[in-house]
Design a protein around this ligand. Structure first.
Ligand code: PMV
Length: 331
């Protein structure tokens, strides 16, 4: 038996990836820049075992089946094909936060899975290869392999399916002090997964072309503001990227927001009018994430808790990349 255990944190995109490039290989259509978030963790153990006849996948204590299982098996198959491995595996994974609700559980999940699977097979792969393996299952997972502020470009147009595309670390966690307050607005799973939401957006939104043209420009400005350590610009551009992504999706009928998501947007505007630098970002789900300076955490968290429909507020800090845990650790 060969096994390894890894942990990874989710990441929240400041400039959003929304839309896949046409053709095979799971390449993003636009570049993105994210923040890896400590305070939320997925732990995954992968064990290749010659006595198994099929892959066994257990997520959060429940045996996975259907599409959830096949996405895990696909990653294992890609790795097995790449290195000539024939054994089946057992995958046990646990996340300490709500999954499938726009809190980036696929990012932390596939980053931890890729790292654990590569090390269970004792492969001498660097982080870029692990990031590329994770990206083939979930684009945003490529970014969770690294800590701090992380960039993923859209790669070379027309790249072949087997061409490598990995995320790269852009700045360390200490580069720009900020916290993310996550306003949880429901305990339910989202109705439309991000892959379907993106496909519907690109196929049906009258603004899809505008998004594909605008997203790289927003990304370049945000990258510049981040490297200049300009918190206000980073916040403004992050909110602009999220609103542009959602406006494009909403025009295709893809609506992830609930009433509390909108209420948080108003709270954040009110805070800014009162002189507090707070900026919202929203992913493929109804929760809102608010970027604030560390000194403003208490005041902003209080305002978010007082917002109608917000169930609770979780504080996230800038986190490190995926890492291995000692053998024998139970997820
Ligand atoms: O990579 P996926 O399928 O988890 O999609 C992520 C999409 C967003 O979270 C909305 C944006 C992003 O860049 O993470």
């Amino acid at each position: 038996m060969s096994e390894a255990v890894a942990l990874a944190h989710p990441n929240f995109a400041l400039s959003k990836y929304w839309g896949k490039r046409a053709g095979p290989g799971n390449f993003p259509a636009v570049p993105s820049l994210s923040l890896t978030v400590a305070g939320f963790t997925t732990r995954t153990r992968v064990r290749f075992d010659a006595s198994r006849s099929f892959d066994h996948v257990v997520l959060d204590g429940q045996e996975a089946n259907g599409r959830t299982r096949s996405r895990v098996v696909d990653l294992l198959d890609r790795l097995r094909r790449a290195v000539g491995e024939e054994r089946s595996a057992e995958v046990i994974s646990r996340s300490d936060f709500p999954v499938a609700s726009g809190l980036a559980s696929s990012a932390s999940g596939f980053a931890a899975l890729a790292l654990a699977a590569v090390h269970a097979l004792d492969l001498d792969w660097d982080e870029s290869r692990v990031s590329d393996l994770a990206r083939r299952s979930s684009v945003s997972a490529a970014r969770s392999v690294f800590g701090g502020f992380v960039e993923l470009t859209e790669g070379a147009p027309g790249a072949a399916e087997d061409e490598m595309l990995a995320a790269t670390p852009l700045a360390s966690s200490g580069h720009l002090p900020l916290c993310v307050l996550v306003a949880i607005t429901t305990e339910a799973r989202k109705a439309v997964g991000s892959t379907d939401g993106m496909r519907m957006t690109l196929e049906h939104s009258p603004y899809a072309g505008a998004w594909l043209e605008e997203a790289p420009k927003l990304h370049a400005r945000l990258r510049h503001a981040l490297l200049a350590r300009d918190f206000t610009r980073v916040g403004e551009l992050s909110e602009a990227s999220a609103l542009a992504m959602h406006a494009t999706a909403i025009a295709a009928g893809v609506l992830y927001w609930n009433g509390a998501t909108v209420a948080v947007l108003h709270t954040v505007r009110g805070l800014r009018e009162a002189g507090i630098a707070a900026y919202a970002t929203i992913d493929a789900g109804p929760h809102a994430k608010v970027l604030v300076r560390p000194d403003d955490v208490v005041r902003v968290a209080e305002a978010l808790r007082a917002t109608a429909g917000v169930l609770r507020v979780i504080e996230g800090r800038i986190g490190e990349g995926a890492k291995l845990l000692p053998a024998g650790t139970h997820p």
